[in-house]
Design a protein around this ligand. Structure first.
Ligand code: ADP
Length: 479
């Protein structure tokens, strides 16, 4: 049986800050149903729910080198549903309030990456494939190729590197090569890790892996251009033969309006009256006037420029002149957080700004609202629009990355389409498309049609996991 180790910096249901957490939780579950043995390893963060931690099994502790230092590394194991998860423990690195954003993130993940390779031998789980994700695990393929493959245990392991967001690259002072990895400067001087004067974990992942994937076909093309390439477009063009785009799915068991325990009234596309009842309940919960006819427009997102917040802030005053309700759930840059709090102060009966992270409220919003806004500047795949589709909440998106690949704009002549979209990163275009959607919202028959199209779009992991399985097979064939 093919053994895969998925290395990630977050995974549902243990800990998640964004889409990567969703992927690392869901993909293994579906791969394991297809007779693969896919396990996952993440750091043992402080934020993991204590109820889970109480059930973790301590396997052993080992010593992991960070440069010249010997560091403690505990290994825990926990089987959640059909997947075995490993947790790399080191309190000084991971017993912290947040997952990322510390001055020593480079050191924390240098430790983690080496710990992963030490772990597989220590517990004798020899994967055929190590599947790394984003910059935090970018140095795993580097360590494997430069060092660990000299040992027979590792010599035939293949690697896949998945980019979930090219913006975050893990670029650090070149001296980390010696200080954190115990290497000389060769891989910096030969260019394989050197990203404009820094050592880049992301560049390492791209250069040293057998194949590179990203999370939509459009993003796979876009990142080869200067506009979206985050200064790695040249490298990605050079590596285009090993670059593939595979669209993420969403977990249809977690995101299922028919069974979702977070929402008051379960529903499917034959029972849309219940969707409306959820709107009624949420309006009350959020202190908005209970008006079923008023379209509820929602945002569930990190509040950052990537997510198109400048466009939303730019049109909010004009949009809020209309009979709408705007419900926001998100955290992020304080400037955007303040803007939304301010909109709530100025338009109290129309705006609910929830500046926090809440899974439960997210589910309630997806279920209750009519329209979901995601006008991203760039979007590798995007899960928000996929969840919205599943809950019959119509996405309005900018045509970029995965948004372009998953949202087919409504065509009033053929009645095809599951959402609305616009092309240029421009607030007038966004406002116009919202107005256009609101016009169709008034036509109950058409809106129901679009809602059903949305709910019948197939974005399950069932489909997506088959594509990963195919890449794994291709990797095994490489000599
Ligand atoms: P990204 O990974 O770039 O943040 P995605 O759209 O791929 O964006 O995934 C975001 C995920 O995080 C979705 O599942 C979304 O519902 C969830 N999410 C974002 N912000 C919040 C929040 N404040 N509270 C709860 N869930 C959130």
């Amino acid at each position: 049986m093919t053994k895969i180790l998925l290395v990630a910096s977050e995974a549902e249901p243990f800990i998640k800050t964004g889409g990567l957490g969703d992927v690392a939780g869901a993909l293994p579950k579906y791969l394991n149903r297809d007779n693969l043995d896919c396990r996952v390893v993440i750091p043992n963060y402080k934020g993991i729910n204590q109820e889970f931690k109480n059930k973790f099994k301590f396997l052993k502790n080992i010593i992991v080198k960070v440069g010249w230092r010997n560091c403690y590394c505990g290994i825990f194991e926990y089987q959640y549903k059909n997947t075995i998860f490993y947790f790399i423990d080191n309190e000084s690195y991971f017993l912290r309030d947040s997952l990322y954003g510390y001055f020593d993130d480079g050191e924390r993940f240098a430790f983690f990456d080496r710990a992963v390779l030490e772990m597989v031998k220590a517990i004798d789980f020899k994967p055929n494939i190590i599947h790394c994700n984003d910059w935090q695990s970018g140095m795993v393929p580097v360590l494997l190729e430069l060092e660990y493959k000299k040992d027979n245990f590792y010599s035939d392991i293949k690697t896949l590197y998945s980019i979930h967001n090219l913006l975050f690259q893990g670029n650090y002072d070149p001296k980390i090569l010696g200080e954190l990895f115990g290497y000389d400067m060769e891989p910096y001087y030969n260019g394989s890790l050197n990203q404009f004067g820094a050592v880049s974990f992301m560049k390492g992942g791209i250069n040293y892996s057998y194949k590179v994937s990203t999370v939509s076909k459009t993003y796979a093309q876009e990142i080869q251009t200067e506009q979206y390439g985050e200064k790695l477009d040249g490298l990605l063009r050079e590596n285009r033969a090993k670059l593939i785009g595979i669209l993420n799915g969403i977990d249809y068991e977690i995101y299922n309006p028919k069974k979702d325990k977070c929402i008051e009234y379960n529903y499917d596309d034959n029972n849309l009256e219940n969707k409306l009842k959820n709107k009624w309940v949420l309006q009350k919960q959020l202190g908005l006037p209970q008006k079923l006819e008023t379209p509820m427009i929602s945002i569930v997102s990190r509040l950052t420029s990537q997510k198109g917040m400048d466009l939303i802030v730019g049109i909010a005053d004009r949009l809020l002149q209309k009979d709408i309700q705007l419900v926001v759930l998100g955290t992020g840059d304080s400037g955007y957080e303040e803007h939304f709090k301010n909109f709530q102060r100025c338009y109290g009966d129309k705006v609910s700004a929830n500046i926090k992270f809440s899974n439960e409220l997210a589910h309630k919003i997806y279920a209750a609202s009519d329209i979901f806004l995601m006008p991203s500047l760039f979007e590798p795949c995007g899960l928000g629009q996929l969840i919205a589709l599943r809950y019959g909440t119509i996405p309005i998106v900018r045509e970029t990355g995965g948004l372009k690949d998953t949202i087919k704009p409504f065509n009033e002549y053929t009645r095809e389409g599951n959402g609305f979209s616009f092309t240029n990163y421009n607030s007038s275009e966004l406002l116009e498309v919202i107005k256009y959607a609101l016009k169709w919202y008034k036509d109950k028959e058409v809106w129901e049609y679009i809602t059903k199209n949305a709910m019948n779009s197939d974005n399950s992991w069932e489909k997506a996991s088959k594509e990963y399985a195919k890449i794994y097979e291709e990797l095994l064939e490489i000599n």
